[in-house]
Design a protein around this ligand. Structure first.
Ligand SMILES: *Cc1c(COP(=O)(O)O)cnc(C)c1O
Length: 396
């Protein structure tokens, strides 16, 4: 997955263009910047690549989620449905707005189970946030149907599946809003950065203002701009956007290489008894950032990870015992370890999480191993890796 593996001349050239003018900020300073607008250029190129009308670049993927929710009007007391298996950014972005994260089970896609989503909808639900974990997607048709029936916003977190598609549409472009991260370990990186994409012009205007203190961005004098709404600062810098432009130039090359490596690994494991692959919804194409397998039991999965690690296979993740990606590891959330007070309503909801039954999620995550697909491997390395993975899993 990591674009940092291919950081090179293109990225340096883009950054140097910014350093030449010294205008590190995306707004203002028009006299000095010699027509260079890296953030704007990235937004236009990325929107086009994703097949949407609008892109809003921000400072991180977490900021993208916050800005996307805020742009669609999600705020205090609103419920947002999210999965038990995700990155902590999901609930962070919701809590940031005073909204309530409602955690529900995942299924064999390793993403939101539509049945669990339907069962969790209340009159306070405002949005559904599927997270396309580890390179593949949620059952988006089923989720859209639920959202339509209850007038909910569908917000895709495509941070880990950039470049994947669903029924011919780019992941992130299928819902009302889509979010991406360009942090240092993502498929393409800005160093730090994130993006919101949408076809909804209102959301774009809101996002544009919200991420820059409510500035209306009308006219040529930043100081004289008005602020139609309250906002914050989630801006990206020109330096970061420039790195992203360099990476975007090789996006397809990165995806192709990921797929080639993925295919070799998947082929090697395809007929290993007891090993099965995560389900990719019909019509979906992964971005191949991870290879994800199920073992028959949680014990076997843990045993397999240990054996693989001993055999020299790095970047193999057992999320069930991981601090960052599964509800098991989120004691700070379930015990509301907050530096500052949170609203009583949020506290009550979070404390209830400990009593909820997530055995369906345990059933899948407990048996899942994910292998990061790297770009830097040469042919011999991938072939050797495939062989070792196969032999180790066969020997269990
Ligand atoms: C990385 C990631 C984020 C957050 O992105 P940052 O840029 O690190 O804030 C959000 N969701 C998922 C699924 C991620 O993997």
């Amino acid at each position: 997955m990591p674009g940092f593996e291919v950081f090179g001349a293109r990225e340096r050239a883009q950054v140097n263009e910014v350093l030449e003018t010294g205008v590190l900020m995306r707004y203002g300073f028009d006299g000095m910047r010699q027509g260079r607008f890296k953030a704007l250029e990235f937004e236009q190129a990325f929107a086009q690549r994703m097949g949407v009308d609008h892109c809003q670049l921000v400072s991180s993927g977490t900021a993208a989620l916050t800005v996307a929710l805020a742009s669609a009007g999600v705020g205090a007391g609103d419920e947002v449905i999210m999965p038990t298996f995700t990155f902590v950014a999901s609930f962070e972005s919701i809590l940031m707005l005073g909204a309530i994260p409602v955690l529900v089970d995942i299924d064999d896609t390793l993403t939101l189970d539509p049945k669990a989503v339907a069962a969790a909808v209340t009159e306070k639900t405002k949005a559904v946030m599927p997270v396309h974990m580890c390179g593949s997607m949620a059952d988006l048709d089923a989720l859209k149907e639920i959202c339509k029936a209850h007038d909910l916003i569908l917000l895709e977190d495509a941070c880990q599946a950039i470049g994947g598609t669903y029924k011919g549409t780019a992941l992130g472009a299928y819902g009302d809003l889509g979010c991406f991260s360009f942090d240092f370990v993502k498929t393409i990186t800005c160093g730090e950065g994130g993006a919101v994409i949408t076809n909804n012009t209102n959301y774009k205007v809101n996002a544009d203002q919200y991420q820059d203190h409510g500035h209306d961005h009308i006219g040529m004098d930043r100081g004289a701009e008005t602020h139609p709404t309250l906002g914050y600062n989630f801006r990206i810098s020109e330096l970061h956007a420039a790195v992203g432009l360099g990476q975007l130039e090789r996006f397809d090359e990165i995806l192709d290489r990921q797929k080639a490596h993925y295919d070799i690994l998947a082929q090697a494991l395809g007929d290993v008894p007891g090993v099965s692959f995560r389900r990719v919804p019909e019509g979906g194409v992964q971005n191949h950032s991870f290879l994800n397998i199920f073992l028959p039991t949680a014990e076997k999965a843990e045993q397999a990870q240990k054996a693989l690690s001993a055999a020299g296979i790095d970047a193999c993740f057992y999320w069930f015992k991981n601090n960052w990606h599964y509800i098991n590891g989120w004691e700070h959330l379930t015990q509301v370890k907050s530096i500052a007070p949170v609203s009583p309503q949020i506290e009550e909801n979070l404390l209830q999480l400990r009593h909820k039954d997530f055995s369906q999620s345990d059933h899948y995550i407990g048996r899942t191993l994910s292998f990061l697909v790297k770009l830097g491997w040469d042919q011999a390395t991938v072939a050797q890796r495939a062989r070792v993975m196969r032999e180790t899993l066969l020997s269990l």
